[in-house]
Write a protein that binds this ligand. Structure first.
Ligand code: ATP
Length: 383
């Protein structure tokens, strides 16, 4: 069965322009990742049929639900899509059973069938035996699972999850994240999940679409995102330094030299090693290229070092932050230093270095002039 979701949307909401195409694989989770206002919820609303695009096409499993040229507009209640809203509000006065049965009652199904469907849905979200509880007697994670069961009871072919973890506190979020991963893995239902948390995108997304200002700026799997960010937005989420420029030459040892665009005075050149990114051929001179540098690969000096590092940039420290654990990697004992590099305009984010407390103490960091260096071999370039 070819159960591919195909989506093409082009529409204006006042001055906001949403324009994108994507397809989502059967039984997998496709994540829409983007910051607030990127257009993520709008995409879900357009898929669900709560709004219609000016132009576009939405089909699943060879059935078309929207196509402006063919004048097909299937109303929301006739789309086999389950929508779990951001705040998944449950009816507080109704039991879990009645909350899950709500959409089925609206379809006037016989009560025997309703009971069977509700039991099955509660089973799929591991909430057997909770039928008679009221939402107030459930944890945040359990309430969220009831909301998913409510969508599943309608036997959807597509599940739309809008920030499913956002209503939970940080501690609960961690536990529920795992639970939801298990549930989705067992469901094998084509799912579109919206989030602004990159960690969730990495955990849930078989495929991740990065949305910015109504457009997809990157599409790929976890590895693509982590190793080859293509926007400063993704690079910032991952916590790496990011440069975009054009290849201007290759050195005799193969080092790739990339000149940044729009720097205040040209040339601002970065020396980098071409990553192995499955490139069939060495990229041509003039091609657009991206460079990432891990903040821990950046070394700081109070005066120009004797050794001639090819990437050596003077700048001014703009921020010093002592890191604590709790992130993706252990950061205890590290200090994050932001440096505005000379010659790069204010449009460029500062270079970030992560150095040990010991080095920070030795350098007596404050708002001061500093030299930042990183090896060409620590700068990964890709096109
Ligand atoms: N009905 C509408 N009319 C006009 N503008 C709209 C409408 N709906 C959304 N927008 C605009 O579209 C843009 C995208 O909104 P959307 O809610 O889809 O973003 P989002 O990525 O889901 O953000 P969030 O994470 O904050 O929910 C915003 O600039 C918003 O103001």
């Amino acid at each position: 069965m070819n159960s591919l979701l195909r989506v093409s949307l082009d529409t204006y909401l006042d001055s906001f322009h949403l324009s994108l195409n994507f397809s989502a694989a059967e039984g997998k989770t496709t994540v829409l990742l983007g910051e607030s206002g990127a257009g993520k919820s709008t995409v879900l609303r357009l898929l669900a049929g709560l709004q219609h695009p000016q132009q576009g096409h939405i089909s699943l499993d060879s059935v078309t639900y929207f196509d402006n040229e063919q004048k097909i507009v299937v109303p929301p209640q006739e789309r086999p899509f389950g929508y779990v809203f951001q705040d998944y509000i449950l009816f507080p006065h109704l039991t879990v059973f009645e909350n899950v049965a709500f959409g089925l009652r609206a379809q006037h199904l016989p009560s025997r069938l309703i009971r069977a469907r509700v039991s099955e849905a509660l089973d799929r979200v591991h909430l057997v035996g909770y039928d008679m509880r009221k939402p107030a007697q459930l944890s945040g994670g359990q309430q969220q699972r009831v909301a998913i069961a409510r969508a599943l009871a309608l036997q959807p072919q597509l599940l739309l999850l809008d920030e499913p973890l956002s209503a939970l506190d940080v501690q609960t979020r961690r536990e529920v994240r795992q639970e939801l991963q298990h549930i989705l893995a067992e469901l094998h239902i084509t799912t579109i999940m919206v989030t602004h948390q990159y960690l969730e995108a990495l955990l849930f997304g078989h495929s991740i679409l990065v949305l910015d200002d109504g457009h997809i700026i990157q599409q790929g799997d976890q590895r693509d995102l982590l190793e080859y960010p293509r926007s400063s937005y993704v690079a910032e989420l991952i916590g790496v330094n990011f440069f975009r420029g054009r290849i201007v030459r290759y050195e005799a040892d193969g080092t790739c030299v990339i000149a940044l665009q729009n720097s205040e005075y040209q040339p601002f050149e970065i020396f980098a090693a071409l990553s192995e990114q499955g490139q069939e051929a060495t990229p041509d001179i003039g091609e657009e290229a991206y460079v990432v540098v891990n903040p821990r690969s950046v070394t700081l000096y109070q005066s120009p070092p004797d050794a001639s590092a090819r990437n050596l940039f003077p700048g001014t420290i703009t921020q010093v932050l002592r890191l604590r654990s709790g992130g993706v990697q252990s950061r205890d004992g590290y200090v994050r230093v932001s440096i505005a590099l000379d010659g790069l305009g204010s449009k460029f984010p500062p270079l970030t270095a992560e150095i040990t407390e010991v080095s920070a103490t030795r350098l007596r960091l404050q708002q001061q002039r500093i030299y930042a260096a990183f090896k060409a071999t620590e700068a990964s370039a890709y096109t």
